[in-house]
Design a protein around this ligand. Structure first.
Ligand SMILES: NC(=O)c1ccc[n+]([C@@H]2O[C@H](COP(=O)([O-])OP(=O)(O)OC[C@H]3O[C@@H](n4cnc5c(N)ncnc54)[C@H](OP(=O)(O)O)[C@@H]3O)[C@@H](O)[C@H]2O)c1
Length: 299
């Protein structure tokens, strides 16, 4: 039996991982997040309420559990908040990873960590795992630092880089592009969406599956995980309208420059997915196909 600690189990990816692992009794799961568990099922795994910046408490729990794998999904993911609250961002996005790395060293555990397309400057797009990072935002800097901690360590690790993750789990602390656009269009509200930023959105179920496959195949190194089509965020919103059969006339294009956001976003990301498809054998599809699947899952 493989013992796995999942950090940030209340989050979008965290809960999606519980969905995936709990059905299979060959895994023993320990879920860590702060406050009460927001996952609706309470049996079949251990949940521990833990502020992950309380490193003493974290150490006590993790050393007691002695996991074979740690999947770290916890992060400060609000890009503008990371720009403003850098210390807080560092604590969870960098120091926690440093800490989990040293615990993994002690226990000989394999650490699976999630990173982002925001480590790139967005000048080229279709990034390979080996391309040169150059983050534009503090969030991107923090995630790159977390990657470098793993790269410099002697532990077994997997870094899964992903883009614009969406999906739906129970009692969510924040929304995502698909749920937000759908909600606004359902309410017949006009929305303005940038047409000069390009992304390959990721259905959270695929990201969760990539985590599980990394465990099952004991895959090590860096892997890209996203859908396989590069679209402007405006086109993404239009496809959401189309798949959910909502009026696209409420979606208005704007350019990034008028938004005045605190953090700078890369204009064109997107991944080359060859390595992931070959080594992890994951079938990554178009955004529209994934959306169709998401629609079926929630209706
Ligand atoms: N979402 C995206 O578009 C995106 C894109 C690229 C990469 N990623 C990466 O993917 C990973 C998973 O993201 P996600 O979308 O699942 O994020 P999420 O829904 O925000 O989940 C993160 C979880 O971490 C928890 N957490 C944060 N600080 C904590 C602390 N100090 N103690 C305990 N728990 C803490 C949060 O708790 P609360 O719910 O209580 O706040 C939340 O449940 C992250 O590493 C993120 O950087 C995400």
């Amino acid at each position: 039996m493989k013992k796995i600690v999942i950090t940030g189990s209340n989050g979008l990816l965290g809960q999606s991982l519980l969905d995936l692992f709990l059905g299979d009794k060959t895994y023993q799961i320990v879920a860590l997040s702060r406050g009460e568990s927001r996952y609706p099922i309470k049996d079949g795994y251990d949940y521990v309420d833990c502020d992950l910046t309380d490193f003493e408490k974290l150490q006590e729990i993790v050393l007691e559990k002695q996991p074979d794998y740690i999947i770290n999904t916890a992060a400060m993911t609000n890009v503008d908040a990371c720009e403003e609250y850098r210390e807080e961002c560092d604590e969870i996005n960098v120091q926690l990873v440093e800490y989990l790395t040293s615990l993994s060293e002690k226990m000989n555990s394999h650490l699976i960590h999630i990173s982002t397309d925001f480590i790139f400057d967005g000048k080229e797009g279709f990034y390979k795992e080996t391309d040169q990072p150059n983050p534009l935002s503090y969030y991107g800097v923090s995630k790159l630092k977390s990657e470098q901690i793993l790269e410099k360590s002697s532990i077994n690790f997997t870094i899964l880089r992903t883009i614009l993750v969406y999906g739906k789990v129970h009692d969510m602390s924040r929304s995502n592009i698909v749920l937000w656009v759908r909600k606004m269009l359902l309410g017949e509200k006009e929305i303005t969406i940038v047409d000069d930023q390009f992304r390959m959105p990721t259905y959270v179920k695929d990201l969760a599956l990539a985590c599980k496959t990394s465990v099952d195949k004991n895959a090590k190194g860096v892997f890209n995980v996203s859908s396989n089509t590069l679209l402007s965020v405006y086109e993404i919103a239009q496809q959401i309208a189309e798949v959910f059969e909502l009026e696209a006339k409420y979606i208005k294009p704007i350019s990034t420059s008028v938004l005045n956001q605190r953090a700078i976003r890369p204009s064109k990301t997107g991944f080359n997915l060859n390595k992931t498809q070959e080594v992890l054998s994951l079938e990554l599809k178009s955004f529209k196909e994934d959306l169709q699947r998401f629609k079926e899952d929630i209706t």
